[in-house]
Write a protein that binds this ligand. Structure first.
Ligand code: PBG
Length: 347
C-alpha cells in the first residue's frame, strides 16, 4: 500500500474537460485504423544495397564486425545482384576490398579499368541489366594510408585528389556505372566529375553526392570490411563535416547542387535525421540516407544478445528515415527487409 495518496484537487476537471473531447488515441485503437492513418511507409523501392567485393572465385568471407555481411568474389556478387533484382531492390552500391599490394600513396589503382570495382560493374550489368549500379569514386580503399585524398607531407592535396576522383568517375561510367557517388568530401569534386562525365559522353550518368558526410565513429565496421582500419592514421576531420554542425551541412549541399549533383545523401543516418529534414525542406531534391555499418552492427549486436528485437528495430530505423524526408536509404539490411516486405501486406 502506498502510504501517500495525493489529494484529488477540488473541482478536478474530467479528462473530457481537459482534452476538450479531442482524444488522439481514437485512431490508434485498432490495426485497421492505424493502417488508415499511417503517414509514411517503407517500400522495397526505397532500398539501395551496399555490397563488398573482392577478387577471386567462390569467396564469401564473413566480416566479423558486420554479422550477416560478407566480402564477395565477383561470381557471388553477381548472384547476390540477381537475388536483389528478384526482390525488387532498385540499386546496389559496390565497395572493394583491394589487396594490400595494389594500394599506394595516391590510390592509383582506382584508375585501372580492370580493378575489382570496374569488373564487378561489368559483370553485374551483363547478368542483371535491370538493377542500378552505384560506384564510389573515393580513393580510400585504394590508398596505402586509408585516407580519401592524396597526401603530401601528411596534408590532403584537395585539387590533385579531385582530378583523380573525376578520372575514376569516368572509368567507372565506362564500365557501366549508372550513378557516381563520391564519398570523399573534397571541395569541387561534384563539378569536376560532372564536367569529366559530360566531356566523355556520359551525360546520362547521375551523381549522388555524399553532400553531408560527417566525421563519425559509426564507420568502424566498414573500415574492417574494406581493410582500411589498420592503415588509417589520424582522423578525417579536415574533409568530413564536424558532427556539431548543421548550417555548414546545408552549405555543403547547396554547393554540391550548384555544381551539378542530382541527389543528396546524408551519412551516417539515424544520428543525423535533423540534417535530412533540413535538406529536404530547403532543397526539395532526391534525398538519401546511408544507414552506415556501425548503425547496422549495433542493431545486429543488440539482437544477438537478446536485448532488442532486431527485426522490429530494423524496420523502425528505416521508417524513421522516411519520416525525416528521405526518398531512399542505403542499408546493409536491404535484402533482409526486402524479403520481409514481400511477405507482408503492411509492414
Ligand atoms: C570512405 C567511406 C566510408 C564509408 C564508405 N566510404 C567512411 C570511412 O571509412 O571513413 C562508410 C560506410 C559505412 O560505415 O557503412 N570514403
Amino acid at each position: 500500500m502506498n502510504k501517500f495518496t495525493p489529494a484529488k484537487p477540488a473541482g478536478a476537471r474530467s479528462v473530457d474537460e481537459i482534452t476538450g473531447s479531442r482524444r488522439l488515441r481514437r485512431m490508434r485503437k485498432a490495426d485497421w485504423s492505424r493502417r488508415l492513418v499511417q503517414e509514411n511507409r517503407l517500400s522495397v523501392d526505397d532500398l539501395i544495397w551496399p555490397i563488398f567485393v573482392v577478387d577471386g572465385k567462390n569467396i564469401r568471407e564473413p566480416i566479423a564486425a558486420m554479422p550477416g555481411v560478407f566480402r564477395l568474389s565477383l561470381d557471388l556478387a553477381v548472384k547476390e545482384a540477381e537475388r536483389a533484382a528478384k526482390l525488387g531492390i532498385p540499386a546496389i552500391a559496390t565497395f572493394p576490398n583491394v589487396e594490400l599490394g595494389l594500394r599506394d600513396q595516391t590510390g592509383s589503382h582506382i584508375l585501372d579499368p580492370e580493378n575489382v570495382i570496374n569488373r564487378a560493374t561489368r559483370a553485374i550489368k551483363h547478368a542483371v541489366p535491370e538493377i542500378g549500379i552505384i560506384t564510389d569514386a573515393a580513393l580510400d580503399p585504394f590508398t596505402s594510408h586509408g585516407h580519401d585524398g592524396i597526401l603530401r607531407d601528411g596534408i590532403i592535396v584537395n585539387d590533385r585528389t579531385v582530378e583523380q576522383v573525376a578520372a575514376a568517375a569516368v572509368i567507372q561510367a565506362s564500365a557501366g556505372a549508372d550513378i557516381i557517388a563520391p564519398s570523399d568530401m573534397m571541395d569541387g569534386r561534384i563539378g569536376a566529375i560532372r564536367d569529366a562525365l559530360d566531356a566523355n559522353g556520359f551525360q546520362d550518368v547521375a551523381i549522388m553526392s555524399y553532400a553531408t558526410k560527417f566525421a563519425s565513429a559509426f564507420y568502424g565496421p566498414y573500415r574492417e570490411a574494406v581493410g582500411t582500419a589498420g592503415l588509417l592514421k589520424g582522423d578525417k576531420k579536415t574533409y568530413y563535416l564536424d558532427h556539431a554542425n548543421s548550417d555548414e551541412a546545408l552549405r555543403e549541399a547547396e554547393q554540391d547542387l550548384a555544381e551539378g549533383a542530382d541527389m543528396l545523401m546524408v551519412k551516417p543516418g539515424l544520428p543525423y535525421l535533423d540534417i535530412i529534414r533540413r535538406l529536404k525542406d530547403e532543397f526539395r531534391m532526391p534525398t538519401f540516407a546511408y544507414q552506415v555499418s556501425g548503425e547496422y552492427s549495433m542493431i545486429k549486436a543488440a539482437d544477438a544478445n537478446g536485448w532488442i528485437d532486431g527485426d522490429k528495430a530494423m524496420l523502425e530505423s528505416l521508417l524513421a528515415f522516411k519520416r525525416a524526408g528521405c526518398d531512399g536509404i542505403l542499408t546493409y539490411f536491404a535484402p533482409e527487409v526486402a524479403a520481409m516486405l514481400k511477405g507482408k501486406a503492411h509492414p
